[in-house]
Structures are given as C-alpha cells and as structure tokens.
Design a protein around this ligand. Sequence first.
Ligand code: ATP
Ligand code: MG
Length: 651
Amino acid sequence: MAKQSGGNVDTVMQETRLFPPPQEFAARAKIGSVAAYEKMWREAAGDIESFWGQLAGELHWFRPFERVLDWQEPDAKWFVGGQTNASYNCLDAHLDSWRANKAALIWEGEPGDTRTFTYQQLHYEVCRFANVLKKLGVTQGDVVSIYMPLVPELTIAMLACARLGAVHSVIFGGFSAEAIADRNNDAGAKVQLTADYGWRRGAELQLKKNVDDALKKSPTVKHCVVLKRTGNPVHMESGRDHWWHDLIAEASSNCPAVPLDSEAPLFILYTSGSTGKPKGIKHTTAGYNLYVKKTFEWVFDYRDEDVFWCTADIGWVTGHSYVVYGPLSAGATVLMYEGAPNWPDEGRFWELIEKYRVNIFYTAPTAIRAFIKWGDHWVDKRDLSSLRLLGTVGEGINPEAWMWYHRKIGRERCPIVDTWWQTETGGIMMSPLPGAIATKPGSCTKPLPGIMPAIVDSAGQPVPQGQGGWLVMTKPWPGMLRGIWGDQERYREQYWTKVPHNYLAGDNARCDADGYYWIMGRIDDVLNVAGHRLSTIEIESALVSHPRVAEAAAVGRPDEIKGEAVAVFVTLKNGEPDEALRKELKAHVRKEIGALAQPDDIRFTGALPKTRSGKIMRRLLKDIASGKTTIGDTTTLEDYSVLAKLRSDEE
Ligand code: ATP
Ligand code: MG
C-alpha cells in the first residue's frame, strides 16, 4: 500500500522494451560502451572538481582560473579567478584551424530563402554588430533585450552581446507586448533588438508593432535596432529606433572579445511558465559555456562532418544551449529553420532533412505528436537516410510516440536520446549516451558524467528503489543557474530549502532496477486518488497507446470519496468521438495500467492548452476539470481560444 503523503509517487507503468545502441553506431561513438560511460561517471563522482577542472582546458582562457569551484550553498562560483569569453569560444577559437571555412550556420527562411555562414563569416558579422552595440552605449553588464524571428541575426546579436560582456535577454517572438514589457522591466533592459516582421505560416508577425507597444511601458530601454526581414512598412520612432542595416554599414569589423570573469552574467532567460509566472533565470559565462559544449559533444556524439538540427526556437533554453552556445563552441554545423513545420505543408521538416542531409535531429514531443497526427505519408515520401541520431526535449515522451519516432523517422537505425533538463540546469542533465546506453521508450535513462541525481521523499530521505519521489541533484554542476534575476531569496526558497543541501528540480521521477530514470511529471501535478499518488505521464501514456489517441493530459479534480478523481483531456488523431470510444478508452487504461488509474471523466477536445514552447499546461486543465471559474496566470498560454473553447464546453 502506498504512502499517502510526502514526495512519494506510485508507479503503474510497465515498459520493458529495450533498444541497445546499434553496433555500427557504438563502434564509431566517442563513448562507445556502458563500461566507458560508467568509468567516466564514477571518476567524475569521485572528484567533481578535478573532472570539470580538466575539461575546462577546452575553453580559451585569457587568464587561467585559480580554483574550480567555490560552493557557498546555494551560490556557486565555477572556475574562480579565470577570464574567458563565450563569443570567443564560439568563433575566434575556430579561426586558426581548418574550421574557419566550415559552415557554422546554414539557415533557411520560411519562404525558402537560404543563407550560409562559415565560422569566419559569422565572426565578421558578430564583430560588426558588437561595434554597433558599443556605439549605442552598451557596455559590460548592460542588458540587451532581443525579440526577433529565428534568423541568423538573432545568433549574431547574442554572440555580439557575449563579446562585450552585455547580458542578453531573448524573448520568444510569439510573446505579446505586455510580456515583453514585463521582461524588459524585470531585467532593466537598455537596448531592444527586433525586426520589422517575422514569417509564420505565410503571414507576417508584427514584431515591431509589439515592440512599439512594449516600449511605451519599458522606460529603461533607450534604443531600438530594427532588422528588415519582410520589408513592409513599420513605424520608426526618431531618435530611438535605428535600422540594423544602416548601423552595420558603418561598423568596423575589428572588435576583440572582452576578457570576462568566469562568473560574469551571460544571459537571462525566462522559463516556459508551465507552472506559473516565468522566472528570469540567470546563467554566467564559463561554467555554462563548458557545460553546453561538453553535453553537446557527449549526448549528440557530434562529429565534424555532421549537420545538426535542433528545431527549438532560440527564445527557449534549448535554442540557447543547442542552437547557439553548445554547437558553436564545439565547432559544429548548425541548421536553423525560421518557420512553422506545417508550411507550406506538413512535410516541411522532412524536406529540410532531405535537402540538407541532416544527420542529427533534435525536437520536442509536442512536434512528434503533431507529426503522428498529420500522417505518415508526409514522412514516407522523403529520403531520411542521412539521419543517424534523434533526440527529444521539453516534455516526457509517451512510449508509443517514441516508438513511432524510432520506426518512422529513425527507420529503426537511429538511437533516440530523450534528454531531461531545465532552463535552470543550463544543459542536458540526464540522457542516454547514444553509443553506450541502451534506451527504454519513455526513460531519459542515466545521469551524464558529473551529474548526481537522487530521488527523495519530502523529508529528504531517499525513496526505495523503483518508487517515485522528488528528483534532486546532490551536487552542483557548472551549467547550473546562478539565481533568479533580481530575486536571490526566491532562488534559495524555490530550489534549495525544501530538501536541504540539494537542488530541487520540481519534477517527480523514479529509478528502476537498472538505474534508469523515468520522469513522472511535475510535483504540483501529482494526482491523489484513493490514497495513491499517481503520475500524469503514466496515465497519459496509457491513453496515447490507444491507436486513435493523438494527445492526452491527465489532471486530478476534487472528489468526495476518492480525494481526487482522474480527469483526462484527449485529442484524437482523426474521426469524431462517441460514447463507445469513451468506454473503450476507460477500459484501455484499466487494462494497461490498472483500475486505480482509470479515468473518471474523459473530455474530447480539438487541442490542448500549451505554453508557447509547446508544453501541455495541466494546471489550466485542472482548473477546468474542477469547475473553477477564475483561472490562474495565462500569459504564457500559446492560444487562448483553446482554453476559451474548453471553458465554454463546460457551460
Ligand atoms: P516553469 O518552470 O516556468 O513552470 P517549465 O518548467 O516548463 O516552466 P522549462 O525550463 O522550459 O520551463 O522546462 C523544464 C521542464 O520540462 C522540466 O522540469 C520537466 O518538467 C520538463 N521536461 C523537459 N525535458 C523533459 C524530458 N526529457 N522528460 C520529461 N520532462 C521533461
Ligand atoms: Mg520549470
């Protein structure tokens, strides 16, 4: 019988499929066996300082560091006394090698226009734009707010800030004027970068218009630089607004990277806001840079000839770490695509993979569920034989969606890396190393070297093996957040007090008999049914394993007898729902994971409410399922009409 309180969560899922790394893959991989992984992990665990200290030699140091780590919980200083520069590590570091003329960035716009930048060219553009920023008065420590489409100039702008020691705050291009102003004020931004418009499904997003509205309420912003993307007219405020191309035309390309203290802030990034108001997560220079470089190389087993495509928008941490800083400091070739996956049709991604011979493809479960819904014929007509590795990030992946990804996209040849991490962690924390670790659909498998997770109850005690509980990190790591911008107390409170001396991730997880980790969902989302604590993802995965279900979200709603009843929201791949299907789905869940988890209510919906980064917002569904009329913060909601529709269905 399960415990009723504390961090513990019961597991009902049975997933036994195991996929060892393909022999060919393992034979060529940098870390090619479990033994090699375990040796590395053990060495790191034995002495994290010497482990990270040795790896840090891969960065360029203007001044060597004196100490690897100064840990005054919860404040970490990594590579104390050293001076480096992330822009230098991403660009200059490659210029004395053959990589100077290697493609750093291959870009395709939504309308089909393309541009390619070698490391040399990217360096040239970054230096020029850094000089533009300097001219506008930007100096070390100033915050630059960036609200741009997914174009090369976004990467250029970030690296230009990093070059000067200015702190960038990238705001996803789908956010409203209100959200921009909130973030600008929270960060104290001095300069705003934007574009006239951005392309999205053939339409023009009014980026500059949103910025105009935001800047009315952002008193700290003195200048705004506008990139011409589509060329349609926009309002330009004289004295404040400048065209990118005008400023760059006069800028010199000579701009040495400023030697920066290891702990100089590199960027602020607001979280996805799945659980509430977004927090400005602060990352600093050396530790973050090293962490994303190494995790990129390990997890994606990157080789110089590979084309790497991470589909995330740079407005999210995935884009910061695995479109910009990780791949570029590793000297990789990155593909970047500006637009929607279903423009001009649902086959765009597969066309891009075929066209650019993409080798490594990293995307989100929400996208995979959409691909499944759109139908296999889009995939089948393309040559995807260049792919050798697939990855997922952002949410748990339901095992059946994993299997589809494995069969249809990976053609049963490509390992899948399910990477668990957070804005706060800076980079990937748990993931298979594709040449070493056999995968299990739905598990992020093992911690990376240097990462020491544990699963505990609310008293901080380790839970028995196999039991779900709170996921914590027992040791600091170089990529960890250094705080919440302007609110160190909230930082301490949120991550370091509930389980003393441990970083509390905010997710539930369990670890199986093979030492594999399974993320069970967010702590706040656990369902409390008849004394059992159930995880959202297990119920959802059981539903998604039904052939007609595309997506599902499970939440608890108050119930007099059981404490909470299980309410689920389901979208179908196609066809109309009826009573018979409702009964069938209940029976299906009962058969898959047991009577306890059988849904009490099933609601069919055309779409689920999601954050702008594509994550299901269960807390809003919980309000709806409980019949609450006032609903929590919705600023990060992607499409309000989805919520409005669900609410009107209630009435
Ligand atoms: P907020 O913290 O504002 O609520 P958020 O947690 O969605 O927003 P992110 O930092 O973008 O913001 O997301 C990290 C979270 O995403 C993790 O804590 C976890 O809940 C989920 N997640 C990410 N990757 C995975 C994965 N591979 N498996 C399961 N869950 C994942
Ligand atoms: Mg979070």
